[in-house]
Design a protein around this ligand. Structure first.
Ligand code: ARG
Length: 488
């Protein structure tokens, strides 16, 4: 007899394990040590070395100037600090939606932002540079007919617009992450980008092909802490910032982070070089656990829900049938990424519940997979010989036990390959959750790319990991199939 109970038990244990251990790295960085019982959640966009970034060779913590300053102030005020990483253009909305208590991301106060959030006094000043791959570009006028990259939602966007107003035929390209801008310049898709001096310096040092100049008349980009409107933290932070300015602590942190780390390199790197990302491979590997947890919980949710839907679809009650059909049609008829973004972003807007990325992802994938699984199971049930149903009915077996003991087990045997297919798809598609910031394999590979300015190597590494996971699933599927066909 095929040990269904054992398999079920293992699966249930897996779910419990994954739900219980669901502490997402990056989100609970400063694992609340109960030193104080108050916690402050800081929002940042960790793509901005040396303000805030992840040094993937050293671990998975967000570090940098802003983080040191934030930690210092939080400590002084008696709070634990928790850091949440997101895209820069999501930071002001996150404050607005009260997902975070404050934002430190090298953010410059401007009139537009002040409509939505409050700012502290500035704690650091920066200049706006043009960083370019073209030695012929030495002044603003040389940008005629060129493409300039900027980070989406940053004040650099405005700076680029000013240039486009003055110089003919300038196109402005936007990207979510600053390292992506640099990558685009390196690949010569853009000719230049607007980047702040403190951030540009490392890129300039590491890449001998890049040069830069200060944009004349550009706004000085001071960084300030952003708060929810009316927050009483603003005053408290201002006091601490003033104290740090006075006693030189702020300067010390600035010195620690803004002094260039690398010497300007003269030689060029080889095209493919795994040695640069070697130290970061463990960082990518850690994503396996997140991806696995995610996949297991989503598959289970999809399977349970899909079975229920399948039973609705073959039921004699019209409402159930229509409901289940409509459900499938909606979830099959719209893009998965759209469903994910709706669940993640619209839930807080509609209900006020700040759904966590992991939960939003599991819900989306579970609900979506249920639509497909229900079709597979329905086909399986219909495929079981009609005679069996008639025989059980003639013997007076109840509908419930006929389904559970006779029809479903046989259906399951027939549809196993199709189900395995669905699970494999889900495993691969799970890479989509990277967009909402879950640190799965895909997201980690992207972060390593951003950190090392090399994309091929980390992406190939992620590809190999996904491939091996799918292979493992395939083998598991074959084993199950063999066991089941050996007959119970
Ligand atoms: N200072 C600029 C601004 O406020 C850019 C900041 C970008 N920060 C980041 N963490 N990516 O718009």
């Amino acid at each position: 007899m095929f040990k269904k109970t054992h398999v079920l038990l293992t699966l249930v244990l897996l779910v419990i394990f994954s739900l219980a251990g669901n502490v997402l790295p990056g989100q609970h960085q400063a694992a609340a040590k109960e030193k104080h019982n108050k916690t402050l959640v800081m929002g940042t966009s960790a793509d901005y070395a040396p303000y805030e970034y992840i040094d993937t060779a050293k671990g998975n913590k967000i570090i940098g100037f802003d983080v040191d300053v934030a930690r210092h102030i939080a400590d002084k005020l008696g709070y634990n600090l928790v850091i949440k990483d997101m895209d820069f253009n999501g930071l002001v909305p996150a404050l607005d939606a009260k997902r975070v208590d404050f934002v430190m991301a090298g953010m410059t106060p401007n009139a537009e932002r002040k409509k939505k959030v409050d700012f502290s006094n500035t704690y650091y000043k920066a200049k706006q540079l043009i960083v370019t791959n073209d030695p012929k570009i030495k002044k603003i006028e040389d940008l005629k007919g060129k493409a300039i990259g900027v980070q989406l939602g940053s004040i650099q966007e405005k700076e680029a617009k000013k240039i486009a107003d003055k110089v003919d035929n300038v196109t402005i390209e936007k990207r979510n992450k600053v390292p992506d801008l640099v990558q685009e310049i390196m690949s010569k898709r853009f000719n230049a980008a607007v980047i702040e001096d403190g951030v540009a310096i490392e890129y300039l040092n590491k890449n001998p092909d890049l040069s830069s100049f200060v944009i004349p008349g550009s706004a000085s980009a001071g960084s300030a802490v952003a708060f929810q409107k009316g927050s009483d933290l603003t005053e408290k932070f201002n006091k601490e910032i003033a104290a740090m300015k006075k006693n030189g602590e702020l300067d010390q942190y600035a010195k620690k982070w803004f002094e260039p780390k690398t010497e300007k390199k003269a030689e060029k790197k080889s095209i493919v070089d795994f040695s640069t990302i070697m130290p970061s491979i463990p960082y990518i590997l850690k994503g396996i656990l997140t991806t696995l947890k995610f996949v297991v919980v989503s598959i289970l949710l999809g399977f349970v829900l899909g079975t229920i839907l399948a039973l609705f679809k073959i039921s004699k009650v019209n409402v159930l049938r229509w409901g289940a059909d409509a459900y499938t049609s909606i979830f099959r008829g719209t893009p998965l990424i759209l469903q994910l973004l709706i669940i993640y972003n619209a839930t807080p807007q509609l209900t006020g519940y700040k759904i966590e990325p992991f939960l939003a992802g599991v819900l989306t994938f579970g609900l979506n997979s249920a639509a497909y699984v229900s079709e597979i199971i329905r086909a399986g049930i219909n495929g079981v010989d009609k005679g069996q149903r008639e025989a059980s009915m003639a013997l007076g077996v109840s509908y419930g036990s006929m389904m559970r003991q006779i029809i479903l087990p046989q259906a399951l045997k027939n549809i196993l390959p199709a189900l395995m297919n669905e699970f494999i798809t889900l495993t691969k598609e799970s890479a989509i959750i990277a967009v909402i910031g879950t640190t799965d394999i895909m997201r980690r590979a992207q972060i390593v790319g951003a950190d090392t300015y090399r994309y091929f190597e980390p992406l190939i590494t992620a590809g190999i990991i996904y491939y091996l996971m799918v292979m493992a699933l395939t083998v598991l599927g074959r084993m199950l199939e063999r066991r089941m066909s050996r007959g119970d």
